[in-house]
Structures are given as C-alpha cells and as structure tokens.
Ligand binder design. Sequence first.
Ligand SMILES: [Zn+2]
Length: 324
Amino acid sequence: MNHLLVCVMCLIITAGCVKEQPKQALENPQQSTQPAKAAVVVPTFSGSRAFELLVAQTKFGPRNPGSSGHAACLQFLSNEMRKCADEVKLQEFTHIGYKGERFQLTNVIASFNPQSSNRILLCAHWDTRPRAENDENKSRRDEPIIGANDGASGVAVLLEMASLFKENRPRIGVDLVLFDGEDYGTEGDIERYLLGSRYFGANKPLDYNPRFGILLDMVGDKFLDIPKEQHSLKYAPDIVDLVWRKARELGYPQFLDEAGNLITDDHLPLNEAGIKTIDLIDFNYPDPTNRFWHSHKDIPENCSSESLEAVGTVLTHIVYTQTP
Ligand SMILES: [Zn+2]
C-alpha cells in the first residue's frame, strides 16, 4: 500500500464521516445544534407545454372584447385555473366601447396559498387587439388580430406555472392575474388602454399588499430580447435586479443588460396602486422595426417554445426561492 493510496483512503473515510453527520443529527435531535436546512426544489418549466397553451388560446380566434373568441377563451382560462389554483375569482366590470357598445370585461385572479400574507403577483393581459393598424395590408387594418405574442404568450407562461404550483406548492402566496381590456384603445387614446389593470388597481383591498409584481407582455417572440423597461427601472429597480440576476445565473442571454423603452402597460396602474411592479416586454418583434406588433403577423409561427421557456424558468426560480 503506497502513501498516496493511504491518503486517498483517509479522504474516503473522512468523506464518509461527514456524510453520516446529518443522519446522526436526525436520530438524536437533542444533540443537533443546527437544524438541517431543507433544499429548495425548483420544478422544471416546460416551454413546449407553454407553447401548446399559447396555441390553444389562438385557436379561439381573436379575443377582443365582445367577440365570440373572447367569451370562449374566458371559459377556457377560468377552467384551466380552476384545475390548479386554490381559489379563482372572476372580477367583472363593464366598458362602453367606441360605438356605444357595453362590453363585459373580466379579470381572472387565481390564488395559491390564499391565507399567506407573504405574496407575489404575476400578471399578463389575455385580451387581444380589435384592429391591426400596423399590418402591411391596409385593407385588413380594421380586422382584429390573433395576438399569439401580444396576449397569448404571457398568459401561456402563467398557465404553465399554475400547473407547476399545483404539483409543487410554493412556500409563499402567489396570485396569477390575467387582465382583460389592455389593448382596446386606438393609438394615442391612452384612457381606453389598461382597462383591467386600472380596475384591479382601483379596487385593490387595503390589506392586499404583495411584495412585488411582475408583468409579462410579448414574451413569445422567436427572437426574444428583453431589455430593462424604463418605468420598471424607476418604480422597482430592486425587482429588475432580482430578475436579471436570476436570468444571468441560469444562463439566459435573452435578458439584455441594458435599458429599453418607456412603455405604457398594465404595470403602471399597479405601481400607482402601491404594488411595485416591473414589465418584462420585448418590443422588437421580430427585430427593431417591431413590424409584427399589432399586425396579422402576430401568429404562433413567429413565437417559440424556447422563448416561453426562458421567461417561465426565470420566473419559476424566483417564485420557489422567495423565502416565506
Ligand atoms: Zn398590444
């Protein structure tokens, strides 16, 4: 037996002893000075399942307020959430449209661990745009869009997360909120955008104070790049840091380490209501021309499961590593 081998054996024996320690501590709890820290298990987010959920929404056709696709998709979303969440609330409100129509709008609020006061809020809009003002074909600009990215992508990520939460209950409380009426207004008519998030913010119970919120919008682009949206940097720089640090740790280059545009989106009414919220949004669809946005090119073929997986995995890690 040579010297090297003896050392190797010593190492093995030492390693063996170290390994045994937690077991002894468990068997003799009085002798244990430090409780064993449970490892955090983060479930795997499936981009392909999320992509199926994106396609499922687009199969209803356009989901603009008042359309048959809107009604059918609401049924689908509430059914999917009811399969997974501890509590699902449909927050209904009305909006008078441009032609005097009375629209019934609905925010879907799915809660996990509803009794916990340590909560986070994840949200996206589920309605789609009633027109396509950026479409290259001028004769089709007044037709409603399918909204695979602008609408279905963020919702798809949240639905897939709901199914993970069902199987692996998070340690904190989580609310998944799907806003209606985000994209109703004509360009520049800001009062008729963000209808669901405004209603949600205005009716927020005084004792509902999640730690923070994360909004997902247009996160399905095949060529995903998400810079740091500027209102988010202003209202919640620490949450921007949290998300970008996690993305870097997990190796997702889609999260760009640079400031992006200032974007009016559903995170603004939430910040005004006191919930500090960031917006994860890719406003280069498919490139800096952003030409697929609000056009009939916003279809599943221009989105990808890899993009949904990048965003979903980062968010899943954030939820499961939050301490209660
Ligand atoms: Zn939009």
